[in-house]
Design a protein around this ligand. Structure first.
Ligand SMILES: Cc1cc2nc3c(=O)[nH]c(=O)nc-3n(C[C@H](O)[C@H](O)[C@H](O)COP(=O)(O)OP(=O)(O)OC[C@H]3O[C@@H](n4cnc5c(N)ncnc54)[C@H](O)[C@@H]3O)c2cc1C
Length: 386
């Protein structure tokens, strides 16, 4: 087992890290204050990142992307976790893997513009009546002489305002779900309100309404009845990247601030880092973050070997998200009143961290998946030598 990084990997991580520190971090407070990212700033951030070759790193070179392996991508995604959601989206893209199912004319229409950053895409699966139970949706696409008619609604759709098209799940039979690429602006397609959230300020989360929206046959992603399954499979790597690796990055960022504070803040004539109860917070955070980091990299390595890493990714999702939650909670405590005060970003990290346990499958759903696998395949399921 070789855990060392190559020179190329180090260079890549350094480039991303520098870009975030110099170009993105200075914008964070402003976004937090005003609640949105100015379109002009978004364009500038996008242009600079693209010039450095940092946009759509996750997509194959043949599709116009960065062609990174899963391991290399996770190294970058961990760095992305050091900044805020909306800046990650504009600088590095939310080019979702299900788009790799595009065939023929779909490639030029949806895949290539998404990878080039000319068109933005969002994933629309959740409905007011169907969240964890993603198969319980009622949005329906009915076949017509010239394509499909889409009816229904979605909610909580991240980045909806910035998106030009959506990957929408819809029933195409009693027990059959398909995915469609739905362009904004189609007749009968309206966007509702921005649903205000506890954290991740700056990222809009929209309601979508479909009222007899006409879709061309070309809008169907993958085979009828298969697109959803393919999309859910492809979303595994998204979960590993956007929740697992980013949670590790965010928790590391917060731990750096905790260490700084532990060394600087003095009470009772000594730095608070000298108190053992404070040291325990630092030690527990470092232990848990590093465990999460290696779980992320191990799952990524499995993906690079072509293995099915669903069970490992479910474990990462729970452990990384919950580690982040514990670390930000300790950070508020370590900073004392200043941890609760809006003059520092600690309270923002605390609020932003909470969603990690909920989206991309709640901790309860992933624990259920893990428990089922362990009960079926035995406790040795995750041992490397078996
Ligand atoms: C900020 C934000 C961004 C989001 N972005 C998107 C997006 O871009 N696209 C998209 O499609 N969706 C998005 N979502 C939706 C998100 O994926 C769902 O909120 C999530 O899947 C949970 O669904 P729910 O909110 O309906 O909760 P529910 O499914 O109603 O769950 C409520 C509670 O019941 C528990 N529960 C449910 N089923 C079980 C079970 N079988 N066993 C044990 N416990 C169970 C859950 O764990 C949870 O604690 C976003 C949500 C938020 C808040």
């Amino acid at each position: 087992m070789d855990f060392s990084l190559s020179d190329e990997q180090r260079m890549l991580v350094d480039t991303v890290r520098r870009f975030i520190a110099t170009e993105l971090a200075p914008l964070e407070d402003r976004i937090e204050q005003q609640g949105f990212l100015d379109p002009e700033l978004a364009r500038a951030v996008h242009a600079k990142s693209k010039a450095l070759g940092l946009y759509a790193l996750n997509f194959p070179e043949a599709a116009g992307g960065g062609g990174l392996s899963a391991v290399d991508r996770m190294l970058c995604e961990e760095q992305f976790g050091h900044t805020t959601d909306i800046l990650i989206r504009r600088a590095f893209g939310n080019v979702y893997e299900p788009l790799l199912e595009c065939k023929g004319e779909q490639v030029a229409r949806w895949l290539q513009p998404a990878v080039a950053g000319a068109r933005t895409c969002a994933i629309a699966i959740t409905e007011p009546g169907a969240g964890s139970d993603a198969q319980g949706i009622t949005t329906r696409a009915t076949k017509t002489a010239d394509g499909w008619r889409l009816n229904g609604s979605k909610h909580f759709i991240s980045d909806g305002e910035w998106s030009d098209f959506f990957l929408v799940s819809a029933k195409t039979g009693d027990k059959e779900i398909s995915m469609f690429m739905v362009d904004k602006g189609l007749a009968g397609f309206t966007v509702g309100k921005d649903q205000k959230m506890m954290g991740v300020r700056g990222t809009p989360h929209l309601e979508l309404f479909f009222d007899d929206v006409p879709l061309e046959p070309l809008a169907l992603l993958g085979e009828q009845g298969q697109g959803f399954k393919l999309a859910m499979g492809a979303l595994n790597v998204v979960r590993l990247a956007q929740v697992g690796a980013r949670a590790v990055g965010k928790a590391s960022h917060v731990l750096e601030l905790m260490v700084e504070q532990a060394n600087q803040r003095k009470q009772f004539g000594q730095k608070i880092g000298d108190f053992q109860l404070i040291q325990q917070m630092l030690a527990d955070s470092a232990i848990e973050i590093n465990a999460a980091r290696f779980m992320v990299l191990n799952a990524a390595w499995l993906l690079d070997q072509g293995a099915d890493a669903r069970e490992q990714i479910a474990m990462v999702k729970v452990h990384a998200a919950e580690t982040l939650g514990r670390v930000v909670d300790r950070a508020v405590q370590l900073f004392g009143g200043m941890g609760f005060c809006k003059e520092l970003p600690i309270e923002r990290y605390y609020r932003d961290a909470r969603i990690y346990r909920i989206f991309d499958g709640t901790s309860e759903i992933h624990r259920t998946v893990i428990a089922r696998s362990v009960m079926k395949k035995g406790a040795a399921l995750f041992e490397l030598h078996r």
